[in-house]
Design a protein around this ligand. Structure first.
Ligand code: ATP
Ligand code: MG
Length: 419
């Protein structure tokens, strides 16, 4: 077993090394909570690749949540989450630390949540997704820096290869297919051919996976800077189709996602929703149960498609553009703008988003009252006429607006009394 303590010392930032040392000290003081302690997951993988990493993942043989509380106290941090699988999260200074009880997992049927039982580190490595993620570094006093690599993760790192530990990995947990394309895209690695076959054979088992778990992995993909590569690959391997036939992402949407790397995830969701039919949008929403803002932009696509051709008309007045676009959230229209061909539709979207939606009458309800307009429907009607006149530029000043009010008020009053 190689010892990588020098590499750790040279490549991990000092605040992380300090946390690892604290964890080792807490483990040695509390052997009942952690008889063994390991650094696992992405930090091991990324350090061995010579890259920085995000979260610290720790695995303890013993009591993960109990150890997490002791470590949080030692670091003046907080335990932010405890799960049924013996895991806990700590926030300390600017670091996020995940602590898991080393565990063995068995799956009663494909896609089911695993039955877990506390175990040693060997079984804990055996339940992991890919060889490159199934390495651990011993942090216990005597063993500090010993690398455990039971599945040849180091060799696969060098070969830039993503490979599962056994052929039933995706049947056990189909969400690993989404993790696979995410790592492929992020690391610039390649899935091993047999792993690709396993995905294609077993991704039908997504049927047994809960919306929440699928949504979580879709979020992770959208959070990656290489999100388009991951989505493209997920589509190519049939993973998206296995999740839902409604989850198809047109090439143009992928390109638009690529063109907007700094936009927030919900904007990219809007780009995915932009060309869905109503049936597809509702099927997809039922499948992944997204939050309200995602739902809204997924459903906006079909509503927009109903009016898109009207926006191509050459005789549209600004107030008519407003009538068509007012009910949409700006974000879903920004997505449509990103996708629109360079036609009148695009110009209409742009003028609404950049200018028309902010144009309001200069007169207020109080001004109208002062001008003798009674409270009630006539007031509403006049405000609306002022709004339209402003949009269409048939008024421009307060005086213009006042004369419109004075001209229209007698007609409206007469109309009302004549009813
Ligand atoms: P990241 O850099 O995205 O945090 P990571 O590899 O640390 O990558 P985590 O989601 O933090 O990923 O998970 C930590 C470790 O837990 C992984 O490296 C892997 O060993 C294991 N793991 C996570 N999800 C699964 C899963 N669905 N199946 C098997 N093992 C998993
Ligand atoms: Mg991690």
């Amino acid at each position: 077993m190689p010892n990588v303590s020098n590499l750790m010392g040279n490549s991990l930032p000092t605040d992380i090394i300090d946390v690892l040392r604290s964890a080792a000290r807490v483990a040695s003081q509390e052997p009942g909570l952690a008889s063994e302690l390991y650094l696992v997951g992405g930090m091991v993988r990324d350090m061995l690749r010579g890259e920085g990493s995000g979260d610290i993942d720790l695995s303890v043989v013993g009591d993960g949540p109990g150890f997490a509380s002791a470590l949080a106290r030692d670091l003046n941090g907080n335990v932010t989450k405890i799960s049924e699988f013996g895991t806990a999260a700590i926030a300390a200074a600017s670091l996020d630390i995940d602590v898991a009880t080393a565990r063995a997992e068995t799956y009663e049927h494909p896609g089911a949540l695993p039955q877990v039982s506390a175990s040693g580190i060997t079984e804990d490595m055996a339940r992991r997704d890919f060889t490159i993620n199934a390495m651990a570094i011993d942090l216990s006093g005597g063993g500090w820096g010993e690398l455990l690599d039971p599945y040849g993760g180091m060799a696969d790192l060098m070969m830039k290869r993503i490979k599962t530990l056994h052929q039933d990995s995706f049947a056990d947990d189909p969400t690993r297919a989404l993790r696979a394309v995410r790592y492929e895209a992020r690391l610039g690695f390649k899935l091993q051919a047999t792993t690709v076959k396993d995905i294609q054979r077993d991704c039908v088992h997504f049927d047994a996976v809960s919306p929440a778990r699928i949504l979580a992995d879709i979020r992770y993909i959208l959070g990656e800077s290489q999100r388009v590569d991951a989505l493209t690959r997920a589509e190519e391997l049939g993973i998206l189709g296995c999740i839902s036939p409604a989850l198809r992402i047109p090439r143009r949407s992928l390109q638009a996602i690529r063109e907007t790397p700094t936009r927030e995830p919900v904007f990219h969701v809007a780009l995915i929703g932009a060309r869905l039919t109503k049936a597809e949008a509702t099927t997809l929403i039922d499948r992944i149960e997204p939050p309200a803002d995602w739902r809204e932009v997924l459903l906006a696509g079909t509503k927009y498609q109903e009016i898109a051709s009207v926006l191509e008309r050459s005789d549209l007045r600004p107030s008519e553009i407003a009538d068509l676009l007012e009910g949409f959230s700006p974000l879903s229209l920004e997505a449509q703008l990103q996708l629109a061909p360079a036609t009148r539709q695009k110009a209409a979207l742009r003028s609404w988003l950049e200018e028309l939606r902010f144009r309001k009458p200069l007169l207020t309800g109080n001004d109208l009252l002062e001008a003798g307009v009674p409270q009630g429907p006539i007031m509403g009607r006049l405000m609306d006429e002022l709004r339209r006149a402003n949009l269409d530029r048939s008024v421009g000043t307060r005086d213009d607006e006042l004369s419109l009010v004075k001209r229209r008020l007698p007609m409206l009053l007469a109309g009302e009394s004549g009813k």
